[in-house]
Design a protein. Structure first.
Length: 287
């Protein structure tokens, strides 16, 4: 944690550990016509009291967002709220957060963790969606099961953030090669856009792959799908100039900002899970 390289890397991708750091960075980003997604780092908590503390933190954070009039939403990992301890209790915490999000003019997102959590996360999402239709969920294109999962959700008019996926999964579960993941991503994106055309889905494309974004935007334009029918989400500190340009071009762009003291383990695991992440980090640091 004292390494100059690691400190430089985290400064590039995270404005600071404190919520105030994240909120201040968000205010600057919002001035460039981008929306915001916030997430407090930390997952797989080990006690019910920790889950309550995370819930209470986010309840207060929604009030901070509203007080600052930020165009912001919150994204949480179910294991942050005790999914490994009790699914019913986790669901109660999520319901409290979704209600708070709605009352403050915001929205709640469920992040997707590794493949062992997909079924439980989708069950939680379906329960939330029945009461709070603005709630969104992340889905991972590299998982072989995702097309089937998407078919399950589409009749419910979901909000889906499609990401490529970064966990180290066995090849029986996830595509091993980037080309296969890219192909799957575009196929799923096309299905989401088709659903958006008839108002049955709000698609979000969470990727920094600019050629892929261009293909998706071209597909949408050819199908007569307006820019406001979908969104593009990227991480804080990555391709900031491209984020600004996409917003200037009329796309709805949101920047995901992470904060919290649990950054080290999270950050190192992200690098260790997939070698491509290390290469991307080095390129970003040298850019």
């Amino acid at each position: 944690m004292r390494s100059a390289f690691v400190k430089r890397a985290t400064r590039k991708f995270m404005p600071g550990e404190r919520p105030e750091d994240a909120l201040a960075a968000g205010k600057t980003i919002a001035a460039t016509d981008r929306g915001l997604i916030y997430t407090k780092l930390g997952e797989a908590i080990t006690s019910a009291d920790e889950a309550v503390a995370v819930r209470d933190h986010y309840l207060g954070f929604f009030d901070q967002i509203r007080a600052m009039q930020l165009p912001a939403q919150v994204s949480v990992k179910p294991t942050q709220l005790g999914l490994d301890l009790s699914q019913p209790e986790c669901e109660r915490h999520l319901m409290s957060l979704a209600a708070k999000a709605e009352s403050t003019g915001s929205a709640l997102w469920l992040d997707m963790e590794d493949s062992g959590y997909v079924d439980r996360t989708l069950d939680l999402y379906v329960a939330l969606l029945g009461k709070y239709p603005s709630t969104g969920v992340a889905m991972q294109a590299y998982l072989r099961r995702t097309p089937t999962d998407l078919e399950r959700l589409l009749p419910l008019r979901p909000t889906v953030r499609l990401v490529k996926g970064a966990y180290d999964e066995p090849k029986t579960v996830a595509f091993e090669h980037k080309s296969d993941t890219d192909r799957a991503y575009f196929e799923l994106a096309s299905k989401l856009l088709d659903a958006a055309a008839n108002g049955s889905c709000t698609p979000i494309f969470g990727t920094h792959d600019l050629p892929l974004i261009s293909r998706i935007a071209s597909h949408a334009a050819k199908a007569g799908i307006a820019n406001d029918k979908y969104q593009i989400h990227m991480l804080y500190g990555i391709r900031d100039a491209a984020q600004r340009q996409l917003a200037r071009d009329g796309h709805t762009v949101k920047t995901l900002i992470s904060y919290g003291s649990a950054w080290y383990r999270w950050y190192m695991r992200r690098l260790a899970e997939r070698p491509a992440n290390v290469l991307f980090l080095v390129r970003s640091l040298l850019a």
